[in-house]
Design a protein around this ligand. Sequence first.
Ligand SMILES: [Zn+2]
Length: 111
Amino acid sequence: MKNRTCIHCEDTFDLHSQLKQRVGGRINECPDCVVELQTEIKETIRAVSSGDGKMACIQILKFNNEDDADLYRKGWDQWSGWNNQRSGSVHDVAFTKIGENSGNGNHKGKS
Ligand SMILES: [Zn+2]
């Protein structure tokens, strides 16, 4: 555990957390800001929403390039029932899932 303070949002984050390791960015940027500000520019990061209504879920995925990201989005639309299966479902697009924000619970600022 090694806490750092983010230069963007001044939040403290764990430099050695799995999420931080995956999203990259600088050692003084929290994973949230890396994704949000896209400071890690080597690869393409996209947020993809799935499901409808109360089960809606946002997944943050990292692709090797823009083409892969677009291809995935097209496939995603056709696979509305797709869930929790990493491979063999949405074409053969390579991606890494780096975050997920599901609709059931953990909403900050909403009671
Ligand atoms: Zn931050």
